[in-house]
Design a protein around this ligand. Sequence first.
Ligand code: SAM
Length: 524
Amino acid sequence: MTIEGNEFTKEPSVIERLAYKDTWAGGTDSYLDMLYPRLQLMKRLLSEDGSIYVHSDWHANSYVRLLMDEIFGKNNMVNEIIWHYRRWSNVASTFQKMHDNILLYRKSDKAKFNMLYQDYSHPEWIEDTVRGFVDGKLVRLRDDAGDYIKRDKENIGVPMHDVWTDINFIGPTAQERIGYATQKPKALIERIIKTSSDEGDLIADFFLGSGTTLTASEELGRHWIGCELGKVGIQVTRARLVEMAAKPFLIENIGNYQREMIYLTGGRIWEMQHLILKLYGATPRDKISGLGIRKTDNIDELVYVGYPDRPVTARKAEELALQTQNLDGRGYKRLVILGWDYEYNYSQALESRLNALKDKIKIKIESRDIPPDIYDYLKKAKSDEDIEALSDKVVFYERPYLKLGKPQIKEKPDGKEKISISLDRYVLMDIPVSHLSKKGESDYTTLMKLAKDNFAVLIDYWAVDWDYDGCTFKSQWQAFRGNGRKAKTVPITATETLEKKKDRIIAVRVVDIFGNDAGATLKL
Ligand SMILES: C[S@@+](CC[C@H](N)C(=O)[O-])C[C@H]1O[C@@H](n2cnc3c(N)ncnc32)[C@H](O)[C@@H]1O
């Protein structure tokens, strides 16, 4: 990404690294394992007149076809589309791989199929005049004035073939390129949508990537729904939709697959907590409290690991902080919370709780995130040596700190009020840029400095719900950096003229360039 003219590379999490590059570390086997139940579910969700397109390259294509045959039935195989593209040739010892495969299956024989037409390969051979037999010879017919008789119907081309050669790969300088590694050309997706759906139909893409399917569906007047596991994909897609002024849409976080796996595989929570404590470098204090102790050079920390299915609340943090001060007779100087998730207004709520306690809490509290890919690590960590080896790799980043400024309210003569709110501070304690290389080290310093001068450079997107109902965040105002070359630093003030209201709650949601989420609310 480019920030104020400087190029940075974010360290992707393990899961993003796998998904973003579209490679599968465990090989074809594990890829198919992932795909099989998902395809089955997609079949159940598909309407009777619906179709499914599965795009893959040569590695997986033949295996995916077998899965599709089994799930959808051989009879429902409609086409195998070869998408042939041109790209720079490499030095090669085999034929250059210049195509991908798109398998088209239908749910049933009721499937829609709007035939598309392509240009004639030799348009000069195509006649627009009428032929007929004169004196036993096939000739072009003439009217009374002696002119050739034209056909009534315009030539519309030939029904489209299953080898598509007219859509190019998104090249490095393409206008539509937004910098997502596996972005597909809009023309390719549009062709698919137009063939198998009509306006008003619902399109789903369960592997969104940069969201080309959603932007194309929106443009073509289809409804849409999308899924993506990587934060980058969600951010890029959201920005593309906002930029094209798409109709209102909702982003739902439907739970963390990694966390669910901990429950599904029957792991015991305290065992998981112990592993996480050890990965953080702490020693479990007892069997089940989720507490551990880490000795650093100058200070002993009390470390708490949260539950996978519950956000850490400010109240819990306060309770732990009070406990920390006296625990084990001597107390600890620092409390570190390792949470899977935090309640919506966590940092502000904790701040006001601590303020209310005046000076009763003297210790430092650090709230850190358990990385979402921890499950992959937990699977690998069988012995204490494994954990030791992994503990360098697993980073528990500290939660960003978000503070809103005091709102400005101007009463208007028409009974309305003009409200402005600003982001007062957004602080990232850690920046996920690798320190390992020289470039990483200098990136880190530059970014820290840029962020210190103007924290807005860190913000990818922020949104305001002017009338928060305490449950669903409805974005009514938003600012975003944008993708690729169009990226620009966001403004930090939002203004809106609203009907006057008693007891208004304004909610703000910030997503930074690294995918961290932070929220805060204000009561007016
Ligand atoms: C090839 S890309 C899609 C590219 C997309 N057509 C575009 O134009 O940008 C595949 C995407 O699927 C996502 N993905 C992989 N496994 C997934 C899963 N199990 N659930 C949801 N998304 C997944 C990856 O993060 C990746 O962004």
